[in-house]
Write a protein that binds this ligand. Structure first.
Ligand code: PLP
Length: 350
């Protein structure tokens, strides 16, 4: 039987969270929070002199409707990175506990673990197919292993993980399973978000940084069972999401047709970029992608990366990652940006 309380750090279980002024009253003569309402020069018209909502229920309601979950299953954070950070803080005792990752994958899982002094165990994905190895993952679990991080579609490989493998891991892994779906809207596979209502240990991360084109506002979403969301709410900074971010995010959810059209255009452009790259002699392999980037294997990745950078074209060298020898990760840009990249690569090929 899964017991969430046993996984939570004892100090967090006992935590008395900060009680912010705006939790009880948001209207009235508000002289409770030491704000400056005496003609503050920048804020009054958009009420920026007031603290934001600590929990943004209206925005979370929109997100919940969009993914078919209850608002109690939704947490909004400063990017997905805040979600990862909070989960470590809730479940992992510094210097003692461990997380499991499946490289090659998103680097922040380990950076954040290093910041918290949490040990990282790694079980590589399979070669070429880049799928998780479920038996090896379970074999690597120790008494101290608290979180398994799966990234699907995976950064930097671009593929999604097979649904039945993920389901087996969610059911068999004794701790929290996080599925990072930063790129899910570029994929034809179904999100795991609604499944958090059925699995007590499942957490799904999404973000407005990719498919919504809003990396600058820093809005990440965590879908999780209510009991985990409650802990995240207790541990987060009192006013983590600012008013400007909440406003832009809400506007985006009122314009989902535009977002969908934009995603379709990126997927088409991904195909066009793939075909153009395939025709270049330096390109040895382009891996299948369900994200807004392509992992490309070339003959001399470091050199190409540096030569492009010298021309002001910046892509990501991934050749140092396991299973990614001579790998370059290329974001699908606007058509004219992709054209510029393709012609630069053509020149380099000559
Ligand atoms: C897999 C993955 N998760 C999360 C993020 C970061 O998301 P956010 O901007 O919401 O912090 C990235 C960014 O590149 C990513 O590749």
């Amino acid at each position: 039987m899964f017991d969430l309380e046993k996984l939570v750090r004892p100090n967090i279980r006992k935590l008395k969270p900060y009680h912010s002024a705006r939790q009880d009253f948001s209207d009235g003569l508000l002289l409770d929070a030491n704000e400056n309402s005496c003609g503050a020069p920048f804020g009054n018209s958009s009420r920026l002199h007031r603290y934001p909502s600590p929990t943004h229920p209206k925005l979370r309601e929109k997100i919940a409707r969009w993914r078919g979950v209850d608002v109690k299953n939704v947490f909004t954070g400063v990017g997905s990175d805040e979600g990862i950070d909070l989960l470590y803080r809730i479940f992992c005792r510094p210097g003692r506990d461990r997380i499991l990752t499946t490289p090659p994958t998103y680097g922040m899982y380990t950076v954040s673990a290093d910041i918290h002094n949490i040990k990282v165990d790694e079980v590589l994905l399979t070669e070429e197919e880049f799928q998780p190895c479920p038996e090896q993952i379970l074999a690597a679990v120790t008494e101290e292993t608290k979180i398994l991080l799966l990234c699907s579609p995976n950064n930097p490989t671009g593929n999604t993980f097979e649904r039945e493998t993920v389901r087996w891991l969610v059911e068999e892994f004794p701790g929290i399973v996080v599925i990072d779906e930063a790129y899910i809207d570029f994929s034809d596979t179904k999100s795991w978000a609604a499944e958090v209502q059925h699995y007590p240990n499942l957490v799904v991360l999404q973000t407005l940084s990719k498919s919504f084109g809003l990396a600058g506002i820093r809005l990440g979403i965590t879908f999780a069972p209510e009991s985990i969301i409650d802990y995240m709410m207790k541990v987060k900074a009192p006013y983590n999401i600012n008013k400007l971010t909440a406003k832009k995010a809400a506007e985006a959810f009122d314009n989902l047709d535009t977002i969908s059209a934009n995603i379709s255009a990126i997927k088409e452009e991904r195909n066009r970029l793939r075909s153009a790259l395939q025709a270049l002699p330096v390109v040895q392999k382009i891996y299948p992608s369900e994200a807004n980037f392509l992992l490309v294997k070339v003959s001399n990745a470091k050199e190409i990366y540096e030569q492009l950078a010298a021309q002001g074209i910046i892509i990501r060298y991934r050749g140092h990652e396991p299973l990614c020898e001579n790998g370059l990760r290329i974001t699908v840009g606007r058509p004219e940006e992709n054209d510029q990249l393709i012609s630069a690569l053509k020149e380099l090929s000559q």
